[in-house]
Design a binder for this molecule. Structure first.
Ligand SMILES: Cc1cc2nc3c(=O)[nH]c(=O)nc-3n(C[C@H](O)[C@H](O)[C@H](O)COP(=O)(O)OP(=O)(O)OC[C@H]3O[C@@H](n4cnc5c(N)ncnc54)[C@H](O)[C@@H]3O)c2cc1C
Ligand SMILES: *[C@@H]1O[C@H](CO)[C@@H](O)[C@H](O)[C@H]1NC(C)=O
Ligand SMILES: *[C@@H]1O[C@H](CO)[C@@H](O)[C@H](O)[C@H]1NC(C)=O
Length: 410
């Protein structure tokens, strides 16, 4: 290696880490054989086992923070064009709206179980929405002609949340694994092991210590740059980081053969009768290509396990997501549940974020990229592009990310 060569270790093979590997490997200054990229992933099953494999997959111009969205949305469009994202990771523009109505619990055999895991909280995805962006809803209920998979009789109102072309989607697992595959084609490596610490000498990172999955041995990978993108686990690797987490459950449903589910993402507000009083539940429902439907429920405060492989799935929480969806949709009520899963999304404890940039105050060459809350799928390409510039050009060029700089948080 020449003195100029870069040895980049990326801790965490979620969408942020894998996209960063892709952008670094495709940066014009990256020299295969001289520069080195290693993604270190703790799961014994490989990459994308956490939130990045289990998210909804919405990519929206109305997401936040805007300085990342503005770069990311265009990058999603470009990546999909360049690598056939439509076939490879289910890229498409999608309708997105808020649906309010009542659930038919009799049709589903009533159940509104909250499951374990403590009090429920909103994933806050609609915070970035500017009400002025939404066109006026049609008269009466506003239900579009092709949105046939929710029951008209149970609908109070439907209103589009953004203009056509402002909301798209990817299949998050396929997007993340594609980014890694494309990075490997350009020379990036994947190592399975759990990082335990970042090494430094004279104020500069020198490597990452990790427990090798295969042998159980503790080893060190040397590095000129370390990208910490371990999602909700990031503060386990670097305790200074103010990163916390929320767990959320989701299910995927395959409708009966022959039933077509029109491309809508619905943010629902479903009123369910519960004894004398009523209860409101708010699952998000995502139609996907290949007639798959994904739905997720509220977040909870359950504790973060040692690794993504030990995340507990509360079957009751999954079942309540399924029942809530079934209560408004005969087509999905009759479908088959395929996956019942849970994951942790990374959150900056003080609010704001994500944290993106070099934490030179801790060590030069230490780059933080975490805390993407409910918009990491949308914002990964912008984050990754910015970091590839940081590594090769010494500063972020594609956006002004001052507000996200680590010095604001650590
Ligand atoms: C229910 C739900 C729905 C969502 N829907 C959307 C959506 O529609 N649109 C959107 O934009 N976002 C969505 N999100 C948010 C999105 O999933 C996250 O913001 C994003 O996946 C975070 O990616 P990440 O790479 O930072 O973290 P992760 O996906 O958690 O990846 C971190 C990786 O680091 C690994 N790791 C951890 N510790 C170590 C270690 N010590 N050494 C090595 N590896 C380690 C983990 O095993 C994991 O693979 C949703 C999230 C949830 C929970
Ligand atoms: C993002 O783009 C919009 C529309 O082009 C623009 O109005 C806005 O100022 C941009 N915001 C940031 C923070 O870059
Ligand atoms: C990782 O370790 C586990 C347990 O030791 C083992 O079963 C698995 O095969 C290993 N994974 C890989 C890809 O080597």
């Amino acid at each position: 290696m020449t003195s100029e060569s870069r040895n980049i270790v990326i801790v965490g093979g979620g969408i942020v880490g894998c996209s960063t590997a892709y952008y670094i490997a495709n940066h014009p200054s990256f020299t295969k054989g001289t520069d080195k990229i290693t993604v270190l992933e703790a799961s014994k099953h490989g990459i994308a086992q956490g939130a990045s494999g289990k998210a909804g997959g919405l990519v929206a111009r109305w997401a936040y923070p805007k300085e990342l969205v503005n770069v990311s949305f265009e990058e999603h469009v470009r990546l999909a064009e360049e690598h056939n994202g439509k076939d490879r990771w289910g890229w498409r523009f999608v309708n997105c709206g808020s649906w309010e109505g009542r659930g038919d619990v009799c049709a589903v055999d009533s159940g509104t179980g909250v499951g374990q895991g403590g009090k429920r909280k909103s994933l806050e995805k609609t915070l970035g929405l500017n009400p002025q962006d939404a066109p006026h809803s049609r008269k009466s209920k506003g239900l579009p002609d092709d949105l046939l998979w929710v029951e008209e009789g149970l609908t109070d109102t439907y209103s589009p949340m953004a203009a056509t072309g402002h909301t798209a989607q990817v299949h998050p697992y396929l997007f993340t694994t594609s980014m890694m595959d494309l990075a490997r084609e350009k020379g990036a490596d994947l190592i399975l092991g759990r990082a335990t610490g970042v090494e430094q000498k004279a104020g500069h990172v020198t490597g990452v210590t990790f427990v090798d999955n295969d042998t159980g041995d503790t080893k060190t990978l040397s590095a000129t740059h370390v990208v910490l993108s371990a999602g909700a686990w990031s503060s386990r690797v670097l305790s200074e980081l103010p990163i916390t987490k929320t767990r959320a459950h989701s299910v995927t449903i395959h409708p009966q053969p022959g039933v077509t589910i029109a491309p809508y993402v619905l943010f629902t507000e479903i009123t369910l009768p519960k004894g004398a009083r009523s209860q409101t539940v708010t699952p998000e429902i995502y139609a996907r290509p290949d007639n798959e439907v994904y739905a997720c429920g509220p977040g909870d405060d359950s504790a973060l396990p040692a690794t993504v492989d030990e995340v507990q799935v509360d079957e009751a929480a999954c079942e309540s997501v399924r029942k809530h969806v079934a209560s408004i949709s005969p087509a999905l009520r009759e479908g088959t549940v395929d996956k019942r899963q849970a994951c942790f999304l990374p959150i900056v404890s003080a609010g704001g974020g994500p944290i993106v940039g070099e934490a030179a105050g801790i060590a030069k060459g230490l780059i933080i990229a975490t805390g993407h809350t409910c918009w990491g799928i949308c914002n990964a390409p912008g984050t990754a592009k910015a970091l590839s510039e940081l590594v090769f050009q010494g500063k972020i060029k594609c956006a002004n990310l001052k507000k996200l700089h680590p010095s604001n948080f650590v």
